[in-house]
Ligand binder design. Structure first.
Ligand code: HAX
Length: 436
């Protein structure tokens, strides 16, 4: 058993025993109540799922195993020549709840490199798709195609003992993470660079190698990718993509199919696709005004026009957060250090000064502050990644770190098939007649 798997096995078997006994003793204890608004309103805030790897507080933002983003930037191992944390370290932390050593992280980089060869079928599938196919559609299809090599599928067919589900899930999770940057870079080069692919550079780390395969070898862009892939990695279990993977995997559909489904969910404009929508919307404004340095009055008018035409302001609002997203702030800190004179970055900062008051004045928006997607595009544009229809794929590479470590936990704890109760309006009316 490899060093990470061994550690995971020890930690997860101990927690499994603990959970069994606490459920036996306290299983009937109420942990939440649900009102009618929540039933109709997308189950906001209903405690109904176990997700070990991160927790989201409405005011503090995300904590990964208790660490916030500034703490991760300080504590996770970095490359000798880099200032940003290595995402490998975050995966280790989320999976086994320990800050890894430099040696642990180096081991993980090597392990993913060893597992990184794509099945021929995946390349064929990608080549068969028209280059005009949206990159998220290509991503979903390519990930699903990996399932032909799923260890989980193979062992299940051979009659795997349910106590071993976590082991096969771990193998698939590690293989998926090893291959995702290669798939994502293949899609990028195929879609926007005429299919001129760039081989891996095995002297690099997971994120640095991804930047290299995209064809952007600027060392600052590599730093950005390390930060980007760290901060987008997890947002507890209730967000749409994580929840999708949790649901699909609970049927014992393998991690590849579960993650492909999660990416369908991430591809919606109210979720991960918002990162492409933000930059598209900013470009539309600057094109319309004929300047890349609009005044705050011009920005305010554009925001108002967007709202008047019945559209949302992309990159603003959140189902849980009630403060500016710390992932927005982390990107702002990066931009202040590396590219503070960039015109698009300046527009993003001006929007931050203009949008919250306008959204707040509507009286219905619960969180008028920017989310993670408000900032990411402007930095990517600066480094030459202007093809915004690609942005959600970057998010998707990162989110696998959180979702894959969580699926290992779900199978190790033996969580059952997810099956909440639905009802209908007739039931609600009769409930109200009896109870009001
Ligand atoms: N612009 C305009 N109106 C907004 C808004 C925004 N940015 N955010 C919320 N509202 C509106 C809602 O549409 C809703 O209007 P109706 O009552 O007329 O339907 C009302 O305000 C109340 O919504 P809410 O309770 O504040 O927000 P929700 O929890 O329902 O929705 C969303 C959260 C993120 C979907 C929402 O804020 C939104 O649409 N934002 C813009 C899209 C976006 O940036 N999505 C990315 C979110 C982060 C993420 O998942 N990244 O991957």
């Amino acid at each position: 058993m490899d060093r990470l798997k061994q550690k995971f096995y020890e930690k997860s078997s101990a927690l499994k025993t603990e959970v069994r006994s606490l459920l036996k003793e306290h299983g009937a204890l109420k942990v939440d109540e649900v009102n009618l608004k929540q039933v109709f309103g997308g189950m906001r805030g209903v405690k109904s799922m176990i997700w070990e790897t991160s927790e989201l507080d409405a005011h503090e933002g995300i904590r990964f195993r208790g660490y916030n983003i500034p703490q991760l930037r300080e504590k996770l191992p970095k490359r000798k020549d880099g200032k940003e944390p290595l995402p490998e370290g975050l995966f280790w932390l989320m999976l086994v709840d320990e800050i890894p050593t430099q040696e642990d992280v180096d081991w993980l980089t090597d392990e993913w490199e060893k597992r990184s060869k794509l099945p021929e079928q995946t390349i064929k599938v990608l080549d068969a798709l028209d280059a005009k196919t949206h990159p998220m559609t290509q991503f979903v299809i390519a990930i699903a195609s990996l399932n032909s090599e799923s260890v989980f599928v193979q062992r299940y067919a051979e009659g795997m003992n349910k106590n071993d589900y976590w082991d096969a899930t771990y193998e698939d999770a590690m293989n998926l993470l090893a291959r995702l940057p290669i798939i994502a870079a293949y899609i990028y080069r195929k879609t926007y660079k005429g299919g001129e692919h760039i081989p891996q550079d095995n002297s690099l780390d997971w994120a640095g190698n991804f930047a290299h395969m995209l064809g952007i070898d600027n060392p600052d862009f590599k730093s950005l990718m390390r930060l980007y892939l760290t901060i987008h990695a997890d947002h507890e279990g209730g967000n749409a993509s994580a929840h999708t993977a949790h649901l699909v995997n609970s049927t014992l559909s393998d991690p590849f199919l579960s993650y492909s489904a999660a990416m369908d969910s991430l591809a919606g404009p109210l979720h991960g696709l918002a990162n492409q929508e933000v930059i598209k919307w900013i470009n539309r404004m600057t094109d319309k005004l004929g300047t890349d340095k609009p005044t705050k009055d011009q920005i305010a008018q554009y925001v108002q026009d967007t709202l008047d035409s019945g559209q949302v302001i992309p990159g603003y609002g959140h189902a849980v957060l009630r403060q500016p997203d710390p992932r927005f702030t982390a990107q702002r800190v990066f931009a202040e250090e590396y590219i503070k004179d960039d015109a698009t970055v300046q527009v993003v900062w001006d929007l931050f000064e203009v949008v919250p008051d306008i959204l707040g004045s509507l009286g219905k928006v619960k969180n008028p502050w920017p989310n993670v997607d408000a900032h990411s595009g402007a930095i990517l544009v600066h480094y030459g990644l202007t093809d915004y229809t690609y942005y959600t794929v970057l998010f998707g590479v990162s989110r696998a770190l959180g979702i894959m470590s969580s699926l290992c936990w779900s199978r190790a704890l033996g969580l059952p098939l997810e099956r909440p109760k639905s009802t209908n309006t007739a039931w609600v009316k009769s409930f109200l007649e009896k109870n009001t």
